[in-house]
Design a protein around this ligand. Structure first.
Ligand code: HEC
Ligand code: HEC
Length: 309
């Protein structure tokens, strides 16, 4: 009996120390910093470049859907700017609440004091100006130098908004995730200097993968974020809705849709109110962009939606 109690005591002490060591490691790993190159781009004041950035930001790149809490439609209708002043909350129980930052050029709360390289690095490599890693919400790791320049130029051209950013909030589980799983994500394709804008499947692929992130939501992913299903076969639970299959399979949601029907549906905007697909931004895509995406999806390998689980 005595020896049993002794063993129990030592097991207890070891467990407590293990937990304590783990807690220390987790807290030491909260603000790890990473090295990542600064993309060699410079923001421009050229109105055509800013207009291209705006077209991407308010359309396929859907910056406003995440970085604004205002009604972009009414502002655009009034000829006003959409303030990308952040504050939208992504609630990910039991991990964290992540708030989008203010990305207007305000020098205290926004990106006013960041260099072009720092902003571009955040987008391409997921590394903040202070070297810490961001949660991988943004899909722009492979955008071309020209598009990255246009996006940074557009953001720089916005009116500064004096709105404090909300700090991200982490549950204990979130601190563990942050310590071990949140790492910078960089490009996984060769970065192009510029991409040709036309209605070909090639440009559609670029938009669907590297700008609009159709692939990221319409492909089943594992807990760590990597793809576990066939590309575009759907089956992801996004905010309680399962993303449909948009491959060329006969079970696909868009099977048999004509190009006109697809364009009309995307321009039609949100039908299911709680849907997290950024319909409000996507409905601003132009016919060239939508045709290109449709034509690309017509080349995607047919696949069935993965089974539950
Ligand atoms: C799907 C949502 C989403 C979209 C779309 C999105 N962002 Fe973000 N962005 C975020 C989140 C969330 C963060 C903060 C992540 C974190 O704190 O870990 C962020 C961070 C940033 C940062 C870093 C700011 C800082 O303080 O270092 C910049 C710059 C940025 N976004 C610019 C953009 C631009 C430009 C676009 C459009 C081209 C865009 N974002 C589109 C969600 C999004
Ligand atoms: C943030 C996640 C997300 C992104 C990004 C996204 N989708 Fe979706 N999509 C959804 C969800 C969730 C649904 C189901 C709810 C709905 O229909 O709105 C959906 C539905 C659809 C539908 C079916 C609509 C219908 O009425 O039957 C089509 C088509 C579609 N998406 C195409 C696309 C294309 C093309 C892109 C890229 C330009 C894209 N999606 C990007 C999440 C996303």
């Amino acid at each position: 009996m005595k020896t049993f109690l002794k063993i129990l005591k030592w097991v207890g002490i070891s467990l407590v120390s293990l937990v304590a060591v783990f807690a220390v490691v987790v807290s030491l790993r909260q603000n790890l910093t990473y090295e990542a190159p600064y993309p060699n781009i410079t923001a421009s004041k050229d109105s055509a470049i800013i207009a291209h950035g705006r077209n991407l930001a308010l359309g396929p790149a859907h910056c406003a859907s995440c970085h604004s809490t205002e009604n972009a439609d009414s502002l655009i209708a009034l000829g006003q700017e959409v303030p990308l002043s952040g504050g939208y909350a992504f609630k990910i129980p039991p991990v964290a609440t992540i708030y989008t930052p203010n990305i207007t050029p305000d020098s205290i709360h926004g990106i006013g004091k960041r260099t072009d390289g720092e902003i571009a690095r955040a987008l391409r490599y997921g590394v903040r100006a202070d070297g810490t890693a961001m949660f991988d919400f943004m899909p722009f790791h492979n955008v071309s130098d020209e598009d990255l320049t246009a996006l940074v130029s557009y953001v720089r051209s916005l009116k500064p908004v004096n709105k404090p950013r909300k700090e991200n909030e982490f549950e204990p589980m979130g601190r563990i995730v942050k310590a071990f799983l949140v790492e910078p994500v960089g490009p996984d394709e060769k970065i192009q200097k510029s991409v040709k804008i036309d209605s070909t499947a090639e440009y559609g692929r670029y938009l669907a993968h590297n700008v609009a992130n159709c692939v990221g939501c319409h492909t089943r992913r594992g807990l760590a974020g990597g793809y576990t299903g066939e590309l575009f076969a759907g089956g992801n639970n996004i905010g309680g809705l399962i993303t449909p299959n948009i491959t060329t399979d006969s079970s696909s949601r868009i099977y048999g849709w004509s190009e006109e029907a697809f364009i009309a549906r995307l321009k039609g905007g949100k039908v299911i109110p709680q849907s997290e697909m950024p319909w409000n931004s996507f409905k601003r895509m132009n016919d060239t962009q939508l045709k290109a995406i449709y034509r690309y999806l017509q080349t995607v390998k047919p696949a069935k939606m993965p089974k539950e689980g």
